[in-house]
Design a protein. Structure first.
Length: 255
């Protein structure tokens, strides 16, 4: 990691830089009910990320291409966490997982990433340093700042952005076009925002009917609370050794 010289941080006061982790942009309907919440962070604790990466490389060792989707990607912390993790595990082999297709229907949040430098808290930075094996500078351009802010101004590098394709899209529609084979789908902490129980059910039913062979679904704490893990199992998916990670039943003869 390259530490840049200390200089006044022009981004803090004003104009403020947007922040990773602290966006927490709630979109409410006219009655004040939350329709969407963008809260997210790098390497959230509900996934055992290192084992997840081992698992993906093992599962897809014979594949030339794997289709990876992050639905409800918010500010990109989730697909960026995964891209850095896979890239760090094995740069050459990781190419088959890229680009990660990251979708969100909140244009505001996607534009933030494209247009701004972003403030990351040291807790984010520590995790990125850890999961990138100390290669923060490979994935983020780091801007000068004051140490007492407990944050840094960073911007994803071309190298990182090149591994992810951000698309503004409603995943209730995109779900119909999921490839049936060799697909990894992250639907973490998004299902509660997809409408009433019937709409959520319809979305999960489409997921389970589309993903047929050699596929993986990753859910979040919010989905687990809604019983989505059980619904995946009822539809024939199998829990893996990693919490919140489910896979399609292997066909006979498949490793
Ligand atoms: C709580 S965040 C989850 C972020 C990330 N997946 C995670 O777990 O850290 C939920 C995201 O889902 C997005 N979202 C909600 N409904 C959506 C829809 N119908 N299509 C696409 N994105 C949606 C929101 O804009 C928000 O960014």
């Amino acid at each position: 990691m390259r530490i840049t010289p200390l200089m006044p941080n022009l981004y803090i006061n004003p104009p403020k830089a947007p922040t990773f982790q602290s966006i927490i942009r709630d979109v409410r309907d006219s009655n004040g009910n939350i329709k969407n919440s963008n809260s997210t962070c790098f390497y959230s604790k509900d996934i055992d990320w290192k084992n997840f990466s081992d698992y993906l490389f093992r599962k897809y060792q014979k594949n030339d291409k794997v289709n990876v989707f992050s639905f409800g990607c918010s500010d990109g912390s989730e697909p960026m966490s995964l891209a850095i993790l896979l890239d760090t595990h094995n740069r050459y082999e990781a190419r088959k997982f890229f680009p990660i297709i990251a979708k969100d229907n909140d244009e505001f949040i996607l534009n933030r990433l494209r247009s701004s430098n972003v403030r990351a808290y040291f807790s984010d930075i520590d995790k990125i340093v850890e999961f990138s094996d100390n290669h923060l500078g490979r994935y983020f351009i780091i801007k000068p700042q004051l140490p007492e802010n407990e944050s840094m101004i960073i911007h994803p590098t071309y190298e990182l952005n090149n591994r992810i394709r951000y698309i503004n899209s409603d995943v209730r529609k995109s779900v119909n076009a999921l490839p049936s084979k060799d697909t990894v789908l992250m639907i973490r902490n998004i299902v509660p925002y997809l409408g009433n129980e019937a709409k959520q059910e319809e979305f999960i039913n489409t997921v389970t009917s589309k993903l047929k062979e050699n596929c993986v679904v990753v859910i979040g704490d919010l989905e687990e609370d809604l019983g989505i893990g059980q619904k995946l199992e009822d539809a024939g998916f199998v829990p893996t050794e990693i919490d919140h990670v489910y896979e399609t039943k292997s066909l006979s003869g498949q490793v």
